[in-house]
Write a protein that binds this ligand. Structure first.
Ligand SMILES: [Zn+2]
Length: 847
């Protein structure tokens, strides 16, 4: 009991209070004890669902920390198609953010993270559609691969195959889990994987039933476990850990309160024997699982672990190091490499855990810190390596392998920083730190990854240094990432990942244009004395006049070169493909940097606009203002203080950004001014807001009532019917035809209007396959001399992608009311002339 009191004192700022995403993790004695106990648990559970945020974080926290199982979450997608509550990133950029949010969540709940190659292409109403777009066999092979690698005793799905999970991706994830449960054990399925892994039969497949309010799939006769317990070693209930973990999904606005007390999870058996007493009924969970080792050996390991845990001193954890090293040797020598694969699986797993415990118990500190955030091709990175044997454990002969060099540290003295530096030349040909799933051109519904060994991984292995040393006479090696460390006067010490980037970045300004035939190229150098030639080739491959020639740039120097009417595609500079560096920075995740092919998309659109000044009220973030500028509007972003009936008179149109009414509490305060503006002849356009899920609509939106539904049209090719073909919005200044709905991406509309007052005119209808027509994607009401528009059409996706018809329709929606009313009834016959330069039509990542 006294020991326990000491632990409670020691439970202070553990992993649950990580100051910053990349700060190296530290361990208290109570956390070490938890990990020690885990050494005798040989069991694993894999949870499978479709998206980041689908996972049950309380169950994961319970399985990883109470039951101490190796616990994993396989999210089929990276959530690329979701919404973004914190910024304007969409598509693969959002997937990168959500990947890191999931990893942040896993650092808190203690589970591991996996993904498949499936791309989140947006909401899907049926599993058939999802599996067709993903490629059924491709994603099934990924689920099988993760199962064969992870070897879960029990597999748990979040959703059923029967559709109660709603989203087609959800149902598809359950279908694939069910198929993979059997296929993973079948050597005729995906045999190409078997040179790396063995087949695996999990004991059972369960569905973790849910009660989501409107859908309750929990039944009293289902198997239940209480996951609401308290873990004194962590100083938290699983409901508290779950809330911290789930609240990492910041881009989805999923901050949730902590829960305490008894809390049941329900399970329905889908395949395998049903559990009666325990989730793991019939599964060996200790060292007796090592079938091919002798019973005496199994007992010896089991007892050694118990003894190390019993002898553990919270005040002097380093005293456990000699016994841990002995245990390491015992397992290493006792289970031979030619043993049954399942035994060596657990051998590798447990040796890794013991090594980590040796590091934790000895307070051994190792880090490799770079002097800059980026490792630049053709430049030198200065890396400082530190080893500190803080407890004075028996550790000698430390060295580090960096690049191809061994660096030897001075003899370690207790609590002494042994430091070495190394100038790491990053070859001009060094592989860029590109997220592995973005290396190849992607398909519509999946990423292309050819290296089987990378599939399933959450992210790339970082640039790293390997430290080696003798601990209690046994050599151990530790791989540590190279990190960039700096001190922010407000936030304190911050660590960021170090990415290998090219020596220059070339960005088109703008990237997509509907008005400018010529663009500017912004060239930024990331190293000094960067001799630079940027040739340009025509689409036919003929060399044109270079953008710049033999120009020397210094580090961080930026030059802007006008393209001077060059019609060809610039393909390379210094014999490399033109790429631009894309960076994404948020406090709750490590900074993200990757390269994209530089591109300039010029859409020669037959586009007419009416009016010249647009006011924009930003919501959750979108790129509509840039598109408006392209269309020739002067765009002024409006804050609350800018909005009065008087000040608004200068605007031809006021547009509210996506979810402006969800994110700005003050929209209620400006309602009267906005209505006054409309009454006097203004045009007010409200892009979609959400009715629920991500915060309620906080303010009145329109002059007449309507409600926001959760209806959406996910088929981006859905036939669009013109309910009011004579309506001005379909005719002026651009004559809208079927052609204007070609080439849309991801979806047509979301959060459509419904229950509209009679004043509203419904202009369009469309439907998803197998459903009924919906008419709420574009509703318009005249009010006074002006016009109010609510639209669920996804202009925030289509305009940045340069979709011509979306521009033409948007121009009509925002067309100045007074001028529009004075316009001739019938518009001139206009020929559609939309040229899509073949090189520029953006078949790559859709973001
Ligand atoms: Zn989901």
């Amino acid at each position: 009991m006294r020991l326990k009191a000491v632990f409670l004192l020691l439970v202070t700022q553990c992993a649950l209070l990580i100051a910053h995403a990349q700060t190296p993790r530290t361990y208290t004695s109570s956390e070490i004890l938890l990990q020690l106990k885990k050494l005798n648990v040989l069991g694993s559970v894999l949870y499978i669902a479709a998206h980041p945020d689908d996972e049950n974080t309380r169950l994961l926290a319970y399985l990883a920390n109470e039951k101490m199982y190796r616990t994993g979450y396989l999210s089929l997608t990276r959530g690329d198609g979701g919404q973004n509550l914190i910024g304007d990133e969409q598509g693969v950029d959002l997937g990168l953010i959500r990947t890191q949010e999931l990893l942040a969540a896993r650092r808190i709940d203690g589970a591991e993270q996996f993904f498949s190659r499936a791309f989140d292409f947006g909401f899907s109403k049926s599993p058939e559609e999802a599996l067709k777009i993903w490629g059924h066999d491709k994603i099934l092979s990924d689920v099988v691969w993760v199962i064969r690698k992870f070897k879960p005793d029990v597999i748990i799905t979040r959703f059923p195959t029967t559709g109660e999970g709603g989203h087609g991706h959800h149902t598809a994830s359950a279908i694939l889990a069910g198929e993979a449960f059997e296929a993973a054990a079948d050597s005729t399925k995906f045999p190409e994987q078997l040179k790396y892994v063995s087949v695996w039969q999990a004991k059972r497949l369960l569905w973790n039933t849910f009660n989501f309010g409107n859908t309750n799939t929990q039944r009293d006769d289902q198997f239940k476990i209480d996951c609401g317990g308290y873990n004194p070693l962590l100083g938290k209930s699983y409901g508290e850990i779950a809330a911290l973990s789930r609240s990492q999904h910041k881009s989805q606005g999923f901050g949730v309160p902590a829960q305490r007390g008894f809390s049941l999870e329900y399970f329905k058996t889908i395949k395998g024997e049903a559990p009666v007493k325990d989730l793991m009924d019939g599964v060996a969970l200790n060292w007796f699982k090592a079938h091919h080792a002798s019973a005496a050996f199994q007992q010896q390991v089991q007892r050694s672990v118990d003894k190390i845990a019993a002898d553990f001193s919270a005040a002097a954890p380093e005293r456990s190091v000699p016994a841990l090293v002995e245990l390491y040797k015992m397992i290493d020598e006792g289970i031979k490499e030619d043993s049954h694969y399942d035994d060596t699986y657990w051998k590798e797993q447990k040796l890794g855990e013991i090594k980590k415990l040796v590091e934790m118990c000895s307070g051994l500190f190792m880090e490799a810190v770079a002097n800059t955030q980026y490792a630049v091709q053709g430049d030198t990175l200065k890396v400082t390596m530190t080893v500190n044997n803080r407890s004075g454990a028996n550790i000698i002969n430390a060295d580090a392998q960096i690049d191809t060099t061994y660096v030897i540290f001075d003899q370690l003295k207790p609590n002494f920083n042994a430091i070495k530096t190394y100038n790491w030349f990053i070859a001009d040909t060094a592989k860029l730190s590109q997220p592995y799933w973005l290396e190849n051109e992607m398909n519509h519904g999946s990423f292309n990854v050819t290296n089987q060994q990378l599939i399933g991984k959450a992210e790339n292995d970082p640039l790293s240094v390997t430290f080696s040393m003798m601990i209690e006479g046994k050599e151990f090696t530790f791989i540590k990432p190279v990190r960039y460390k700096f001190t922010d006067p407000v936030k304190g010490e911050i660590y960021e990942p170090v990415n290998i980037i090219p020596a220059f970045s070339i960005t088109s300004i703008p990237e997509v244009s509907v008005s400018l035939q010529n663009n500017d190229w912004e060239i930024k150098s990331f190293k000094d004395k960067n001799l630079f030639t940027a040739p340009v080739f025509s689409a036919a491959g003929v060399a044109l006049e270079p953008l710049i020639k033999d120009t020397v740039l210094q580090k961080n120097q930026v030059i802007v070169v006008h393209s001077r009417g060059i019609k060809g595609t610039p393909v390379s500079a210094n014999n490399k493909e033109y790429v631009k560096l894309r960076t994404i920075n948020y406090d709750h995740i490590p900074s993200i940097a990757y390269t994209k092919r530089s591109r300039y998309i010029y859409q020669n659109i037959d586009l007419k606009t009416v009016g010249s000044v647009a006011g924009y009220i930003s919501g959750a973030g979108d790129k509509i203002p840039e598109a408006l500028a392209q269309m020739g509007y002067k765009v002024i972003t409006l804050k609350e203080s800018d909005i009065s009936a008087e000040k608004l008179q200068q605007f031809d149109v006021i547009i509210t950004g996506v979810r402006a009414y969800n994110t700005n509490e003050w929209m209620n305060n400006v309602y009267d001014a906005l209505m006054q503006y409309v009454k006097e002849g203004g045009v007010l356009v409200s892009q979609y807001n959400t009715s629920n899920q991500i915060g309620p609509v906080r303010a009145k939106i329109a002059p007449y009532p309507f409600t926001i539904s959760r209806n959406r049209i996910t088929d981006e090719t859905a036939k669009v019917n013109f309910l009011l073909p004579e309506h001005k919005v379909l005719n002026y200044p651009n004559k809208i035809t079927d052609k204007d709905f070609e080439g849309w991406i991801q979806e047509r509309s979301i959060y459509n209007a419904e229950n509209t007052a009679t004043e509203y005119q419904k202009v369009l209808s469309m439907k998803d396959p197998g459903e009924t027509e919906q008419d709420g994607s574009l509703v318009i009401a005249d009010y006074g001399k002006g016009r109010f528009v609510y639209t669920g059409l996804v202009f925030f996706r289509e305009l940045p992608a340069g979709v011509p018809g979306a521009y033409r329709l948007f121009a009509n929606i925002i067309a100045n009311k007074r001028q529009a009313d004075n316009a001739p009834k019938k518009n001139d016959n206009q020929n559609q002339k939309i040229k899509l330069p073949s090189k520029f039509n953006g078949s790559g990542a859709r973001n």
